[in-house]
Write a protein that binds this ligand. Structure first.
Ligand SMILES: [Zn+2]
Length: 347
């Protein structure tokens, strides 16, 4: 079907990606090289053969099944060199889709298999983001993730390390993993530490469990942004609260469909949220695992939900406002994006 918004315009539109996982962004070619360097043989010899191990298929039935894809790549992301390279390439891939600002998230505790400390993992990822930033002109920051299946001690260690890098490449902390098995109330003690250290919090919630998790994340864990929030639609009062408090949702349409946060596009609430005044942002989650990129995500919104170019620009600006950046840095981004929109004849 021909859509009035050209693919090319969506690609050229300046964008931000606030929700993208480092270990979900590894290029198959890079994984092959990392395996070769370590002398490990992979079950595939080409990009095409390797992709099914790294990417979900149409038969993905849950978040748990989706998350299993990460087990394949994580063993190769255990050295400083690998972390720097993958972080750099995540920025490179963002630049290819005219992303002007990216926040890349990673769980330091998952990259310690070869003896790196939490601080060292953070250092290497930030270095990779910085070299990507210099080369591609994409402003890049990191978010450190606490894992749901980890104990308080390990998660607090992540928050303390992230806090000591606050303003030096790390901008926030997150909670990710199996939401259905580990509800947010288990993590009050952990996020009280980030509150004490003045580090902003975003929480994956309302993806694989109900709206009550979003409410808990906002009211008890101090979340100022929510990852996904697809199931917020179950609770009209919560929708009003998010709109009123201007709490942005980091939505990732293609991933949300794959993890079965919704079973069809008809049920996907993004248009409804947008019209209710909720600050919706559009993100990739995991470009490799989901077989996506930000151009593709915005194209889904135009094709399936009838978003016009000016509305897509509004979604982009929601992302700029939601960015974990200093106001002075945001101002620069805001001006640059508005000028680029005008040049493209949008807004
Ligand atoms: Zn995520």
């Amino acid at each position: 079907m021909d859509h009035p918004i050209a693919y090319d315009l969506i690609r050229k539109l300046p964008k931000v990606d606030l929700h993208v996982h480092l270990d979900g962004s590894v290029k198959p070619e890079t994984l092959m090289e990392l395996a070769q360097q370590r002398g490990v043989s992979l079950p595939a010899r080409s990009r095409k053969q390797l992709l099914p191990h790294m990417q979900v298929e149409d038969d993905c039935t849950s978040l748990k099944m989706y998350l299993s894809k990460f087990d394949f790549v994580l063993p190769f992301l255990q050295t400083g060199e690998a972390l720097r390279r993958v972080a750099h390439e995540t920025v490179e891939q963002a630049a290819a889709h005219t992303i002007g600002y990216i926040e890349v998230r990673f769980a330091p505790q998952l990259h310690r298999g070869a003896g790196l400390s939490v601080e060292e993992v953070i250092h290497h990822v930030v270095e990779g983001l910085r070299s990507g930033e210099r080369k591609y002109g994409v402003v890049a920051r990191g978010i450190a993730i606490c894992m749901r299946h980890h104990g308080s001690k390990e998660n607090i260690e992540v928050i303390e390390a992230a806090a000591s890098r606050s303003g030096k490449g790390i901008v926030a902390v997150d909670l990710a993993g199996d939401e259905a098995s580990y509800p947010p109330q288990f993590f009050r003690e952990v996020f009280a530490v980030s509150h004490k250290r003045g580090l902003p919090v975003t929480i994956h919630a309302g993806e694989a469990a109900g709206a009550e998790n979003v409410l808990e994340a906002v009211t008890r864990l101090g979340a100022v942004r929510i990852g996904h929030g697809v199931r917020v639609k179950e609770n009209p009062e919560l929708m009003r609260l998010l709109a009123k408090q201007r709490i942005p949702l980091e939505m990732c349409p293609i991933s949300n469909l794959q993890t079965k946060a919704v079973t069809s596009w008809e049920q996907y609430p993004i248009r409804d949220y947008f019209e209710r005044g909720i600050k919706v942002t559009v993100n990739t989650d995991n470009p490799t695992v989901s077989g996506t990129n930000l151009t593709k995500e915005y194209r889904v919104l135009a094709d399936k939900f009838g978003f016009a170019a000016t509305e897509l620009a509004e979604l982009v600006m929601n992302g700029v406002e939601a960015a974990f950046l200093e106001e002075s840095e945001k101002r620069v981004l805001r001006r640059r994006f508005r000028r680029q929109f005008r040049e493209l004849g949008v807004g």
